[in-house]
Design a protein around this ligand. Structure first.
Ligand code: HEM
Length: 643
């Protein structure tokens, strides 16, 4: 098939595609989702992995936001530069020059030897020195392992990659220092549990709050202390069971619209860039779900869609800038990007304020009594629930909460779907097994809430994709008082990164940690969570600050994956750029996920179902035998990339 890239008539969200730029990354800045940001060091890594090569399928139209994004991305890191940095870091770790010396100064040993030869008084002094040395060693062994590096060895690549290499050498709790600044990196499940759950009260969101303040204000993700407690208590009930069930049909509707787009592309012989399409679909979902707003970004590129992306991009940008010039008011007038950001925020705020006012009027006119599982059929949004609940909250706080959820629930979901689709394109056997389940459970029905229990393998595929590509890959905290982590003391004010990436890929925890094995999660077992896995698996965090949209997000991913699987097979587009990783708050691809989506011929379904049953019958928890599926996979996934 002759393929071209779908030319999307949109501006802003295309950021993900081609540019050598961080356009790509335009943000997910989520919050927590922004968690992988939060310091110059972390932020610098955000722009990692971008290739300066131009892509062969650029969108023809560049809107203002996209142009702005491209403008600032020129001349970032080349692939060669990143590879050079990987090598340098590996060599430095191997040579030991990255490690802080933990032995007493070598001169002491020589002095002791000289003293020992100088008769009884010298021997006495040498013994005294030996005792001091022993005390030193004891003291040092109580110190946290420390890697002291040069920030240039870390930037230019997704930050969780060097953190993984360092973890393998320095262990589950170590300090990473750059000059006077240090971060404690946690990759040990029990220590993660202590920070997230057992002693959660001692940890704030630290630098994350500062970065996100301009967009989320005191919304749930950046908020700490009393504000967080009050707002969490108010918002959580809005995502009750009936609400999530009502959302299933919204997910299906949006996934169907995406399916139509893919079908149209196929008819024209075009490839599709799935990362930006998933981003648009997730924006459409979250707009409706949170404040009943129809972005319809899959079809139109309206000013508000562009404004959302400009704002998200800015949050990412601020996390990487060395000098926070926007804190100086005059620069906000002088610097064009700051003027654009101000205009975007003004538009979003005005839209949200209108929606809030409109919703208030509707609630005032509504006759239905408010109750615990209140859902308005025409407007099942979270905003409607909060207003109907009579939530005593200022419009500003409400706006902050809505904006936070918009960001938190947007790119995370998009990223999960992007990497799941990528993984499946690399694992035809698992893709065939998935199709078999979807066909047998759904046929050509649209999924309902009851199907969520039945789509077991689909759920496992998502669980496993979230293990390999956690969104965000790092969680950020700051200690408010001294604590002891894994036996090492830390001081108040210590910045901490919990590396979900390291936990999820730790060779000490997982068999074949790097492999995509949905079967590692038994179909008849409970859905894996931080509780079932005792903090070895924390795709939604854990403890009091755990994601409140976890069930929503899981169902959104399952429904979308099932709907698309029912209609298409996916394969990487011939000649598509290698799918590399880069990170904002979530993990993005470096150059987009260019695929061929082929509408399915339902003739292969029966044989795939037989295979699913045969495979399930084995009740084997290992990796599915690829050989079993090979034939089906080959005939039903045209051009599928093979492992
Ligand atoms: C696959 C999609 C999603 C993933 C992987 C995800 C992941 C996470 C994670 C890991 C955290 C904890 C952050 C931390 O501890 O620092 C979090 C927090 C949060 N998430 Fe999500 N999330 C997703 C979707 C959503 C959705 C759809 C919503 C809203 C409807 C949402 C709203 C929130 C909020 C408000 C918080 C902050 C909770 C608090 O601090 O009290 N998320 N999310």
């Amino acid at each position: 098939m002759q393929t071209r890239c779908v030319e999307l008539a949109f501006a802003a969200p295309n950021r993900f595609r081609q540019s050598p730029s961080a356009s790509h990354h335009a943000m997910k800045t989520g919050s927590s989702h922004l968690s992988s940001l939060g310091s110059t060091f972390v932020g610098s890594a955000i722009h990692a992995g971008q290739s300066p090569q131009s892509m062969n399928c650029r969108p023809k139209r560049l809107g203002g936001a996209r142009a702005a994004i491209e403008e600032e991305n020129a001349g970032r890191y080349s692939r060669e530069e990143i590879e050079r940095q990987h090598k340098l870091l590996a060599e430095k770790i191997a040579s030991g020059s990255y490690s802080v010396k933990r032995r007493p100064p070598g001169g002491l040993l020589r002095l002791r030897r000289v003293l020992a030869r100088a008769g009884p008084p010298g021997r006495g002094a040498a013994k005294l020195l030996a005792d001091i040395e022993r005390g030193w060693r004891l003291l040092v062994s109580a110190n946290m392992p420390e890697a002291r590096g040069d920030i240039r060895e870390i930037v230019g690549q997704p930050v969780f990659v060097p953190l993984y290499r360092l973890f393998l050498v320095y262990g589950g709790v170590f300090r990473l220092s750059f000059g006077p600044k240090s971060f404690v990196i946690i990759s040990d499940p029990l220590v993660a549990k202590q920070v997230l759950f057992k002693n959660a009260k001692n940890y704030s969101k630290g630098i994350l709050s500062e970065i996100l303040e301009f967009v989320m204000g005191t919304g749930l993700i950046p908020a700490d202390g009393e504000v967080w407690k009050v707002r969490r208590r108010a918002v959580v009930p809005a995502l009750h069971k009936k609400y999530v069930a009502a959302m299933v049909s919204l997910f299906a509707r949006c996934a169907d619209r995406l399916g139509d787009k893919l079908e149209a592309a196929h008819k024209k012989g075009e490839s599709v860039e799935m990362e930006s399409l998933f981003s648009r679909m997730a924006l459409d979902v979250i707009g409706k779900a949170v404040f009943n707003y129809e972005f319809d970004s899959l079809s139109h590129d309206t000013g508000i869609v562009e404004a959302v992306y400009v704002t998200l991009k800015e949050a990412e940008y601020r996390s990487v800038a060395l000098f926070p010039y926007w804190k100086v008011a005059v620069f906000n007038w002088i610097v064009p990007r700051q003027r654009r950001v101000a205009a975007a925020l003004k538009l979003i705020n005005a839209t949200l304020n209108d929606l809030i006012a409109q919703c208030k009027r509707m609630v005032d006119e509504e006759e239905t009594e408010f109750h615990e599982e209140y859902v308005n059929a025409e407007d099942p949004s979270i905003l409607r629930f909060l207003l109907a609940a009579g939530d005593e909250v200022s419009s500003k706080q409400l706006r902050d909460d809505l904006m936070t959820m918009l960001i938190a629930g947007h790119e995370t979901s998009a990223a999960v779907l992007t990497w799941t689709t990528y993984l499946l394109s690399q694992h035809p056997a698992e893709a065939a097994k998935l199709r078999a389940e979807v066909d047998s459970v759904l046929g050509d029905r649209v999924p309902t809430i009851e199907d969520m229990r039945r789509l077991r393998y689909t759920t496992r595929v998502i669980n496993e994709a979230m293990r390999l590509y956690p969104q965000p890959p790092v969680l950020i905290r700051r200690a408010m008082a001294p604590d002891e982590l894994g036996g090492f003391k830390i001081k108040a004010g210590q910045d901490i990164f919990i590396s979900t990436w390291n936990l999820h890929r730790s060779p000490a925890i997982w068999d074949r940690p790097e492999d995509f094995v949905p079967e590692r999660w038994p179909l008849d077992g409970p859905d894996p969570t931080e509780t079932t896995e005792n903090y070895s698996y924390i795709p939604f965090g854990g403890g009091p600050r755990k994601c409140l949209g976890d069930q929503f997000a899981l169902f959104e991913s399952v429904v979308t994956l099932a709907m698309l699987t029912r209609r298409f097979t996916f394969a990487l587009a011939p000649g598509a750029p290698k799918v590399g990783m880069t990170t904002g708050a979530t993990i993005h691809t470096t150059d987009g996920l260019h695929m061929i989506a082929t509408p399915r011929q339902h003739g292969t379904v029966a044989s795939e179902q037989t295979l699913l049953h045969e495979e399930n019958g084995k009740a084997d928890n290992g990796h599915a035998g690829n050989g079993v599926f090979k034939e089906v996979a080959e005939e039903s996934i045209p051009m599928a990339a093979k492992r």
